[in-house]
Design a protein around this ligand. Structure first.
Ligand SMILES: NC(=O)c1ccc[n+]([C@@H]2O[C@H](COP(=O)([O-])OP(=O)(O)OC[C@H]3O[C@@H](n4cnc5c(N)ncnc54)[C@H](OP(=O)(O)O)[C@@H]3O)[C@@H](O)[C@H]2O)c1
Length: 304
């Protein structure tokens, strides 16, 4: 059976590693990109904001993994940035959904990214896929609309649809860990705000393995949290990172008001507490290679 996977936003941090792991697992990979042709994979052009897409892209695929979206941590959240963060996800997902509504393709499964930001700020409440999304913060609203656009694909009986709510992805190549590790290495690391906020993280390779399992296993349908089974507080995260990097933590906590002053509304990213359950994913039989934070961090920095 043909095993062709089209990845939207596949040039990003997650897509790059996912494409490698898909190739290793015997899949063919193509990317749907605003700037196709520069990498090692076949790629198709689209521009979600302009509403244009190469008509050959969706008919190429047996599976689609939808990752595209403008970075949430790339510059202060001005009104314009917020519009781009939302509309890049919404327009991209709607454009793919529109192509999937046609009958000129053979796509069997559609996996669409979302984020645990959908739960908002929950203190130490353990949230699962049944927990209602938060009503009052920006990222939660983005995720709610992003998921609603992806859900429209689930109405096609022949396309199995799963929404993957991604936690804080750990990789030494990009994402949240890079600036955190840099400050700790410079002995400028410190817990942020109260330090009590929960961080539900996942090792990049576990996330990619989870996506591959969700492609292959027909039971994956609906919404799943992609987080390791052991979320930690920001304080514990910072202390474990410092320990793995063999650096002392000498500075006091960074006060919440300072972060708000520096980052504005974007401080939501580091201050919101999300203690997210991995139970549903574990019940599918998925096993994490890196269930504990220390082991995950050692896989990156073990020799330092
Ligand atoms: N990394 C995390 O910790 C994390 C956590 C939760 C959720 N997620 C979600 O998972 C997805 C992938 O994450 P990532 O870390 O791999 O992101 P990333 O490195 O920022 O890559 C995202 C990709 O989306 C495309 N893109 C960027 N701006 C766009 C725009 N305005 N319109 C359309 N496409 C655009 C780009 O591909 P082209 O330039 O090729 O078009 C880019 O390579 C994102 O949607 C993100 O929100 C990530």
């Amino acid at each position: 059976m043909s095993r062709k996977v089209l990845i939207t936003g596949g040039t990003g941090m997650i897509g790059t590693r996912l494409a490698e792991m898909l190739i290793d697992a015997g899949y063919e990979v193509a990317l749907l990109s605003r700037t196709p042709g520069s990498g090692r994979y076949r790629s198709f052009r689209w521009d979600p904001l302009a509403g244009t897409i190469d008509e050959a892209a969706v008919p190429y695929a047996d599976y689609i993994i939808n990752l595209a979206g403008s970075s949430v941590s790339d510059g202060k959240w001005t009104q314009e940035r917020k519009r781009e963060i939302l509309s890049s996800r919404l327009a991209g997902t709607q454009l793919v959904a529109k192509q999937l509504a046609k009958d000129n393709h053979h796509v069997r499964a559609f996996l669409s990214a979302s984020a645990i930001g959908i739960y908002g700020d929950r203190d130490d409440q353990l949230v699962n896929e049944e927990t209602l999304p938060a009503a009052d913060d920006f990222l939660a609203e983005v995720c709610r609309q992003w998921e609603a656009a992806a859900q429209s694909v689930a109405t096609h009986d022949n396309i199995r649809t799963a929404i993957i709510r991604i936690g804080i992805v750990l990789s030494p190549e990009g994402g949240a860990l890079v600036p955190l590790a840099r400050t700790v290495k410079l002995m400028a690391g410190a817990p942020l705000g109260s330090g009590k906020q929960f961080m539900s993280w996942i090792h990049l390779d576990d996330l990619c393995r989870l996506f591959i399992q969700a492609l292959e296993d027909a039971q994956w349908k609906g919404t799943y949290n992609a987080v390791a089974p052991n979320p930690v507080t920001n304080q514990e995260f910072t202390e474990t990172l410092a320990d793995v990097l063999h650096r002392p933590l000498v500075l006091p906590k960074v006060p919440e008001f300072g972060l708000k002053l520096m980052m504005g509304e974007m401080s939501e990213i580091v201050l919101a507490s999300q203690r997210v359950s991995a139970e549903k994913v574990l019940r599918t039989g998925f096993t994490f290679e890196h269930p504990q934070l220390r082991g995950a961090l050692k896989s990156f920095y073990g020799e330092e």
